[in-house]
Write a protein that binds this ligand. Structure first.
Ligand SMILES: *[C@@H]1O[C@H](CO)[C@@H](O)[C@H](O)[C@H]1NC(C)=O
Ligand SMILES: *[C@@H]1O[C@H](CO)[C@@H](O)[C@H](O)[C@H]1NC(C)=O
Ligand SMILES: *[C@@H]1O[C@H](CO)[C@@H](O)[C@H](O)[C@H]1NC(C)=O
Ligand SMILES: *[C@@H]1O[C@H](CO)[C@@H](O)[C@H](O)[C@H]1NC(C)=O
Ligand SMILES: *[C@@H]1O[C@H](CO)[C@@H](O)[C@H](O)[C@H]1NC(C)=O
Ligand SMILES: *[C@@H]1O[C@H](CO)[C@@H](O)[C@H](O)[C@H]1NC(C)=O
Ligand SMILES: *[C@@H]1O[C@H](CO)[C@@H](O)[C@H](O)[C@H]1NC(C)=O
Ligand SMILES: *[C@@H]1O[C@H](CO)[C@@H](O)[C@H](O)[C@H]1NC(C)=O
Ligand SMILES: *[C@@H]1O[C@H](CO)[C@@H](O)[C@H](O)[C@H]1NC(C)=O
Ligand SMILES: *[C@@H]1O[C@H](CO)[C@@H](O)[C@H](O)[C@H]1NC(C)=O
Length: 679
């Protein structure tokens, strides 16, 4: 979650700032055409148009907490050379086909003035998944899945434009494509997961994942940045090292020591000696290998390192393809006691989930300020108990980003509504490459429309409990407590192996989910079942427990030593049993894949004069219409999911109910019951 920046320039009010729709005459239109050679085939995608203060680069600031830009998005279908598209207005009803903007929904709401305007196109690739459903997604190209202007994006020039408030048209042309500078076009695996040159200590690995390529029916790669310890000798296979698996956002070419701290420690790592400080003498750098994964996906800059119904079998790809490959290539100790998972934020959740689902592979996790470990608080949203993700029952907005000011007073930087609305400009159907959407993709089932089954309406915040229910296998405290003493025996298996750190002023309220997780696992396992550290008033970021990087790595090294077969507290084989494995791909896809989505559907059914409205995905709004002898009878009327309706007309004959379902992101569909004799 570190991706979201915390630099406030403009603080938005805490209230839901979505203005009522103002139906002014469309006075501004953005007309965009496509130059020759930019699109070689008819393309579906998502156009983004940015209006920045005149003279500034529109891409300079697109952040939710500070954006001075107006930001508009619209899906486009069948764009080709010679064709063009017009963006105008925007009313927030059809986010699938119309303009949706931030901070104002409609292009009509731009204040007159001088702007620099530029447009971008996220081209979607039509893919058919292993379970037969077809989706349109952008597959990233070695840039960590940028939400805008990623490599391979058709772009227009940035043009200056004065908006007068009168009827005007801005003409833009997609005439260039952004390209990766470090990519010649001949690299194995293309640009996916990037291509980097090895250094003495940092090695770059990329393999084609068989299971992911089979699933996506296209080549999919998975990579790792492997930091070798001082004194590593590839030829001396008798000298083997434990491994720290560092989870988190797209690392690019960075080694974990270079980017996760503010200190340039690579020179120390390469030198082999930690210089003396006032507190500690000079000593050798820890002798371990540190692996950071490269796993950009069509929904985010990483896969969350587990198997999910929307992203595919990334857990298998990382744990059963890439890690064995790394073990065959580098002098690792391929044993659970010699493998620690670590990371912060997104990486905090990933490291915890990797241990919790695969206690047979990894020894422990050191998870810092993890994304929600327990969905009783999804950030600060009481997801299981709330009717709306944006507004509390008492009418106040649910905050997404906060910080402490100089007086330790909490300042709101963005609400959940603002962030979700901002994400919608980047893409619909959870394709924004942003934080709330990737959670929908990772934790959620696949919707009947092929995309993540969103837990709430992205525009209104209305929560769909039936969609939330499907998140439960990814609620880690639910997973642990519901498999506590069955055949998985997670109460015994995971005891003492989970280390979690968070600050009580976490900018994204992630301390709330940690506290929920702690209370539930300790209710079963007692205090000390897992190790929790809360640092008072600490915000999001930094190293586990606020430690110095070397002290931290030495703590991990001590864990390895203590839990080795000849250590003080060897890791028992009884807790690294394959009987405790969770998040199995077959289970994940059976629970949340396309077949499960089809099984959730049913047509309406008439019995006598009563009818059920059928079964639909959560959030589909229904309208019903009776037919007698094939002819409409009475008017159409709204019906609720799960309800029964009665025919009250006097007409006799064959009775039939037609129900039409509508939902953002879904094709509108009418399902008819069979005709039934109405006595
Ligand atoms: C379109 O085709 C031309 C000529 O083959 C090529 O140079 C260009 O890179 C292609 N553009 C895209 C977007 O694939
Ligand atoms: C756009 O306007 C800015 C300042 O208003 C100016 O510096 C810049 O040169 C202009 N760009 C073009 C292409 O005219
Ligand atoms: C646009 O949105 C901003 C921020 O929510 C708001 O202050 C402003 O009044 C809106 N403008 C219009 C014309 O609605
Ligand atoms: C087109 O994009 C490339 C980088 O992708 C850049 O080097 C080049 O200057 C751009 N051309 C124009 C005309 O903007
Ligand atoms: C970090 O140290 C390395 C090795 O001494 C050096 O090459 C690199 O430029 C340094 N980076 C920064 C950001 O100081
Ligand atoms: C490591 O750095 C120290 C100074 O901090 C220097 O004395 C020593 O020679 C260096 N060792 C290596 C192997 O470069
Ligand atoms: C609404 O409820 C929240 C959570 O209980 C509380 O923090 C907030 O102060 C309340 N706001 C109002 C206006 O009552
Ligand atoms: C912090 O407190 C001081 C003293 O009360 C006050 O002058 C200052 O304005 C406060 N700062 C903020 C950001 O509220
Ligand atoms: C929790 O773990 C930390 C090291 O990460 C250790 O210093 C501390 O003593 C542990 N707490 C308990 C209660 O075991
Ligand atoms: C209609 O009846 C047929 C035969 O019983 C059955 O196969 C079909 O599923 C029914 N269709 C609906 C919409 O109920």
């Amino acid at each position: 979650m570190l991706v979201r920046s915390l630099i406030p320039a403009v603080l938005f009010a805490t209230t839901l700032a979505r203005p009522a729709v103002r139906r002014t005459a469309p006075h501004l239109r953005v007309h965009i055409s496509v130059a020759d050679g930019i699109l070689n085939k008819t393309t579906d995608g998502h156009i983004q148009v940015l209006f920045a203060p005149a003279g500034t680069d529109p891409l300079e600031d697109t952040d939710v907490t500070s954006s001075p830009d107006y930001f508009f998005g619209q899906n486009v279908f069948g764009l080709a050379t010679g064709s063009s598209v017009i963006l105008a207005g925007g009313d927030g009803e059809s986010t699938d086909f119309n303009v949706w903007g931030w901070p104002n929904v409609s292009i009509d709401e731009i204040e007159p003035g001088d702007y620099t305007v530029q447009a971008f196109l996220n081209p979607y690739e039509k893919v058919t998944r292993g379970d037969g459903s077809t989706v349109r997604l952008r597959f990233p190209c070695g840039d960590g899945a940028s939400g805008i202007a990623g490599y391979g994006t058709p772009v227009t020039n940035a043009v200056n434009f004065t908006i007068t408030g009168n009827k005007q048209t801005i003409d833009l042309i997609f005439n260039n494509i952004t390209g990766p500078e470090d990519f010649t076009g001949t690299e194995i695996g293309g640009c996916h997961q990037g291509n980097y040159e090895d250094t003495d200590f940092l090695k770059y690995v990329k393999i084609r994942s068989k299971i992911l390529s089979h699933w996506w029916k296209r080549d999919v790669y998975v990579g790792a940045n492997v930091l070798l310890p001082y004194g590593y000798d590839a030829d001396d296979t008798s000298k083997r090292y434990p491994v720290v698996y560092n989870q988190g956002h797209w690392p690019g070419s960075n080694g974990p020591l270079g980017y996760s701290t503010n200190v340039n420690v690579s020179s120390v790592w390469n030198n082999g000696t930690i210089p003396a400080t006032e507190d500690a003498p000079a000593r050798d750098t820890p002798k371990m290998i540190i692996v950071t994964f490269r796993h950009e996906t069509p929904y985010y800059d990483d896969s969350y390192a587990v198997n999910t119904a929307n992203l595919g079998p990334w857990g298998v790809a990382i744990n059963e393809e890439l890690i064995p490959y790394l073990d065959s290539f580098f002098n690792t100790i391929p044993k659970p006691y010699a493998r620690i998972q670590q990371g912060g934020s997104t990486g905090g959740w990933e490291s915890a989930a990797s241990l919790i689902y695969r206690p047979d592979l990894f020894g422990a996790c050191f998870s810092s300020y993890p994304d929600s470990l327990d969905f009783h608080r999804h950030q600060d949203i009481p997801l299981y108990d709330s009717a709306n993700a944006y507004i509390r029952d008492n009418g106040s907005s649910i905050v997404s980003i906060r910080e402490l000011n100089e007086n330790n007073t909490e300042v709101v930087l963005a609400t959940v509504a603002q962030e979700n609305h901002w994400e919608l400009t980047y893409g619909t159907s959870s394709r924004s490459f942003q934080q709330w959407d990737i959670w929908n993709a990772v934790f959620g089932a696949q919707g009947y429309n092929g995309y993540p089954l969103e837990p709430w309406d992205k525009v209104t915040g209305e929560i769909y409990p039936a969609a939330v229910e499907l998140w439960k296998p990814f609620d880690l405290s639910h997973w642990i407590t519901s498999n506590w003493d069955n055949s998985l025996k997670l109460g015994k298996v995971l005891r003492g192996r989970i280390f979690v750190y968070v600050g009580t002023a976490d900018n994204y309220f992630l301390n709330e989910g940690v506290a929920q997780f702690q209370s539930r696992v300790e209710a079963k396992g007692g205090a000390g079942w897992a190790n929790f550290t809360y640092i008072e008033d600490a915000e999001h970021g930094g190293i586990y427990n606020g430690l110095d990087v070397w002290v931290y790595l030495e703590l991990l090294q001590k864990w390895f030593v203590d839990h080795a077969p000849d250590g003080k507290t060897p890791l028992s084989p009884s807790v690294t049993t394959s009987a405790a494995v969770g998040n199995k791909w077959a289970d994940v896809i059976a629970h949340g894949g396309h077949k499960a989505a089809l099984a959730r559907q049913a047509p309406p059914k008439v019995e006598g004069k009563r009818a059920s409205v059928g079964r639909w995905d959560p959030g589909v709004k229904l309208e019903a219409q009776w037919f007698v002898n094939g002819k409409p009878c009475g008017g159409a009327f709204a019906v609720k999911q799960g309800s029964k309706v009665s025919f009250s007309g006097k007409e006799k004959g064959l009775l039939q109910l037609a129900v039409t379902g509508r939902k953002r992101g879904y094709a509108t569909e009418t399902r008819k019951s069979n005709r039934s004799i109405c006595s």
